[in-house]
Design a protein around this ligand. Sequence first.
Ligand code: NAP
Length: 479
Amino acid sequence: MARTVTLIPGDGIGPECTDATKKIIEASGVKIDWEVRHAGESVFKQGVASGVPKETMDSIKKTRLVLKGPLGTPIGYGEKSANVTLRKLYETYANIRPVREFPGVTTPYSGRGIDLVIVRENVEDLYAGIEYMQTPGVAETLKLISRKGSEKIVRMAFEFARSEGRKKVSVATKSNIMKFSEGMMKRTLEDIAKEYPDIQSEHIIVDNCAHQLVKKPEQFDVICMTNMNGDILSDLSSALVGGLGFAPSANLGNEVAIFEAVHGSAPKYAGKNTINPTAVLLSGVAMLRYMGEFEAASKIENAVMVTLESGCITRDILGDAKGIPTTKYAETVISNLGKKSAKWKVRDYKPIKMPNVKLDQAFVVAKTRKTIGVDVFIESAAAPELIGKSVEKLVEGSPLQLKMIDSRGTKVYPPTGAITDNTDAFRCRLFMRDAAGEMSDAQCFDVIARIAKEHKWTHIEKLHEFDGKPSFTKAQGED
Ligand code: NAP
């Protein structure tokens, strides 16, 4: 019986890529009912602010499986990326990006056997897109990383390693600087690695990971990262093996899976029949494996290897004069179905076991909690010394006292002797005078009202202790 798949041709070069992919999948013998739906630029133009219309959402709700061409994101008039919207609407929390060497695609790394997979967290981190202007000149983006999200993605990395017979998972984070948010992924690795004794694991600082990827990429097998780090390093990795034309991806969630290339809609090449459809095609191959069509998936992947090995390659690699048209490339892959390269092998795959992580909203519950103070963020063009003296005076007689003021995370009051170039955004940190005391909401509102008499407050952040541990980090220079 044919399985129904939602097909979103996409913008720019998208339709050429999905057309080639559809033809090759059909030629492999797999029966699919393609339900063609739209998203992206054409939909934005119709006035749908999300870029994803109801018909498309209805189709995805039914099929739970999407093959998608790239969607253009209009720049400068406020719409969110329809790509990100689709990933987030269906909680496709894992973005899997394989990176391997291909025949005929010569790069400075050719012959080194690069064959790695980046498992990128796909819905949290800075990509939540929660942004504010703290003052007219100071911007803020919230980086939200949950233990639940970290557990899902780290487990996915291990499960994915098992499904592809891989031996090592490297978790790359910036936990040395962002101890809470990036550290969450590191701590999760430390907690759950023991449940996967058959897979070796390591933690690596993400900047060193970038360095190692350029220096010795063949050392990596599976690399798991938070959203932004994974975004950047997966593009870097795809360049090691020939560029975006060879970079497929899968967005996996508990309910829905979306398969798409890493690349965008490359509008300047739209309709020219010159682009490389391999990235979308290999995304389609990953979709076939997800559907359990392992034989057809390997058949197509082998045919791609034979095609590239024969020198039938598109413009992005061979240049304008020698590049093969997109349609010719697709026809050649079809004619090579059933053939295998003697040199370029395709892995043996097993079905992936999706991580079983509990869905509780309150995923981590503290046994004890206490609110011990508040950070009040203010906008002020005054010198820190003046702000400090004024806030101290304003909170006199309150149960809270000013501990320090910082500018972009560096303590500026009481003065430390540091030489800082301040902005007009400051954070005033206030704790209960009685260290054993707990701050009530009334006391919190009172202290804001006091500060508001002389300063523009912009927002607050409560300071807690969860299970006796502070829920906040110190500023640079804070004791
Ligand atoms: P892009 O579309 O990925 O294209 C960047 C460059 O990569 C192209 O100019 C071309 O390089 C090369 N390229 C990409 N795909 C190729 C292919 N299949 N075959 C051959 N060469 C390929 O990135 P962009 O120009 O920054 O973004 C264009 C639009 O796509 C934007 O609206 C962006 O928001 C959107 N986008 C969508 C997705 C998605 O749908 N998931 C992802 C990224 C970007 P040369 O110029 O060197 O030939």
